[in-house]
Design a protein around this ligand. Structure first.
Ligand code: DHB
Ligand code: FE
Length: 280
């Protein structure tokens, strides 16, 4: 039987990917951030998940404003790094897990979550930066990846509650897959940031810290946060945090925080990283 053993929450800051790709992680600006990634990478190396379900958002790389799926699942064998305007990142191709992905698609749709099925999709920083954060620069990514894209860029985004419920349905679907697989689920993006408009540059460390705390202490509070509160407290891009709630929904009630790192500022965001383990 397959099982979700843990969840990872991490920001997907493009310049963090560039710092890794260009060998700048030990520079004064970046070192404190990357020092905090060390223990998480060690955990990833020791945990050796077979599959990572990466809940991420596309930044108009695979989907333009012509087509905006609310929830989409990648069922392909491979996903190529996207060209976001300066050439694709020189990172390994992302290998999928079509059998598990199709099983998830079937189970979720029959469970009344109307997933869009994606047979081909270039993956941008939203997916590849979290992999780099957790795995550094391997020749091949150490696990298979199922990309699960969430619309957080165009109103109306799904609610945090809807994301949380989808996470619960994913856990149920994984547990009905008839192969022994250890699965980790990533919730990505965030934390507080605003890239545009009058409040560009907004970061709210108090909001972010309370969010990290309540992933274990008070999930009910987080699930009820309305879009307007994300906008007001965490900036226009802070709503990316609903993807962390999807990850949280896929874990059991008793999930335990085993590692956390929070660093401000990293590029334009509060950079957060958390690892939550399901009870063994
Ligand atoms: C930045 C953060 C993001 O989440 C993003 O998608 C693009 C840029 C930033 O901090 O610069
Ligand atoms: Fe983003």
């Amino acid at each position: 039987m397959a099982k979700i053993i843990a969840g990872v929450g991490t920001s997907h800051i493009p310049s963090v990917g560039a710092a890794i790709d260009n060998g700048n992680t030990q520079q004064e600006y970046w070192k404190p951030l990357f020092d905090g990634y060390g223990p998480a990478r060690k955990w990833m190396e020791e945990t050796k998940p077979d599959v990572a379900i990466i809940v991420f958002n596309d930044h108009a790389s695979a989907f333009s404003l012509e087509l905006i799926p609310t929830f989409a699942i990648g069922v392909a064998e491979k996903f190529q790094p996207a060209d976001e305007g300066y050439g694709p990142r020189q990172v390994p191709v992302v290998n999928g897990h079509p059998e598990l992905a199709w099983h998830l698609a079937e189970s979720l749709i029959l469970d009344e979550f109307d997933m869009t099925i994606v047979n081909e999709m270039p993956v941008d920083h939203g997916l590849t930066v979290p992999l780099s954060v957790m795995c550094d620069q391997p020749r091949e990514w150490p696990c298979k990846v199922i990309p699960l894209a969430v619309n957080v860029v165009q109103y109306p985004q799904p609610t945090g509650k809807r994301c949380y419920n989808l996470g619960q349905a994913i856990a149920k679907a994984v547990e009905s897959f008839d192969e022994d697989l250890n699965v980790v689920i990533f919730g990505t993006g965030g934390m507080s940031h605003q890239l545009q408009g009058e409040r560009a540059g907004l970061i709210n460390a108090d909001f972010d810290t309370a969010f990290l705390d309540d992933l274990t202490a008070d999930v009910d509070r987080l699930v009820k946060i309305p879009h307007t509160e994300y906008l007001r407290e965490a900036g226009s891009e802070g709503i990316e945090l609903i993807m962390w709630l999807l990850m949280r929904g896929a874990l059991g009630e008793e999930a335990k925080e085993i590692y956390r790192h929070y660093h401000v500022p990293a590029s334009n965001t509060g950079a957060g990283l958390i690892i939550l383990e399901n009870e063994k």
